[in-house]
Design a protein around this ligand. Structure first.
Ligand code: DGY
Length: 331
């Protein structure tokens, strides 16, 4: 194992200044000052050279990249909680550890999910546009009518760390919690959230008014929301996605939004980021934001600190236990 100061670190994107400064003090650090995501060629060159790759969700680190890694590469320290862009099994085969940064972005992400849950049914985006347009003629009894939030049923797919943080907030707004996980939660959590478990997504969808996705993206959750599943939902229902874009069949979502088979959607993530389905841009019943749920100065700094701790812990001869990503978790 190299001494900490000899560790060669390659960082694929621009990180908060304080984090980059500390990385440069501690390690032989190569920063990405342009902030342009690496091309495949650049990524191949990086994994051949680095001892630690500090990656983000905008990198594709598939089996081909990992197999091409040089013998020095020991750790992929992901700046972010989601790790679907990294082939974890391939990394394990090569003996490369992967870490992520859970927990520090939970509350900020949940705040934004709740913001979308409130914004879409209450037509916040349309009201904002009307106010700015110069077309507003003043208050009217039937103007900008949305749907009440309180007493509605919120369905959550993936009631994990972030899902539970959303549920706690949603309860304060009078929403009841309905969820699907692979397994029911511990009864104490179900009791605290007064959450009702549904053994399948198919059972959950027709039962709820607002659906919020918080599951990781895996081969099992690819296009979890298919056209028939979306169409099994109530016409007055809304879909909120702050997890990963490909969890929804985006073309099917667009079709359902266009013919008002569902009432609206709030999206932070997209199937082919940064490309947004062009028809989504034309629809008035969607709120679109650019993958920004963890975008607070505090979260991004704490994510960077977690990356630093994970690297230091690893090169100090320990396994960063809570943040170590194992293939069994990625399956
Ligand atoms: C994550 O952490 O996975 C986010 O999607 C990017 O911040």
């Amino acid at each position: 194992m190299p001494a900490m100061k000899d560790v060669s670190l390659i960082v694929t994107r621009k990180l908060p200044a304080g984090v980059e400064k500390r990385m440069s003090e501690l390690f032989q650090t190569t920063l990405n000052t342009t902030d342009v995501p690496f091309t495949r060629m650049q990524m191949l060159a990086a994994v051949k050279k680095a001892t630690v790759l500090v990656a983000t969700v905008t990198d594709t680190i598939d089996a081909g990249i990992i197999e091409a890694a040089g013998p020095n590469l020991k750790l992929i320290a992901n700046f972010g909680v989601g790790f679907d862009h990294i082939d974890i099994a391939a990394a394990e085969r090569r003996g490369i550890m992967v870490t992520n940064t859970p927990s520090v972005l939970t509350n900020d992400t949940a705040d934004m999910a709740l913001a979308l849950i409130l914004a879409v049914p209450r037509r916040l985006h349309e009201g904002e546009r009307l106010a700015r347009s110069g077309e507003w003629k003043g208050w009217a009894p039937t103007q900008m009518l949305g749907r009440r939030i309180g007493s509605k049923k919120l369905g959550i797919v993936g009631l994990g760390r972030i899902g539970q943080a959303v549920a706690r907030r949603a309860r304060a707004f009078g929403l009841s919690i309905h969820y699907h996980n692979r397994k029911p939660l511990h009864p104490s959590i179900e009791k605290e959230l007064e959450a009702t478990y549904y053994p399948s997504v198919d059972a959950l969808l027709p039962a709820v008014d607002i659906l919020s996705l918080h599951c990781p993206y895996t081969k099992d959750t690819h296009h979890l929301l298919t056209a028939p599943r979306i169409r099994s939902m109530h016409k007055h229902s809304y879909i909120i996605n702050t997890s990963r874009g490909p969890v929804i069949d985006e073309a099917a979502l667009v079709a359902a939004l266009k013919d008002r088979h569902i009432a609206g959607a709030g999206l932070d993530v997209y199937e082919k980021e940064p490309i947004i389905h062009p028809e989504l841009l034309t629809l008035d019943n969607v709120v679109l934001i650019p993958h920004m749920c963890s975008a607070t100065e505090e979260a991004r700094t704490e994510m960077g600190e977690k990356v630093l701790i994970n690297i230091m812990c690893f090169f100090d001869g320990h396994r960063p236990p809570p943040d170590r990503v194992l293939a069994e978790r990625a399956a």
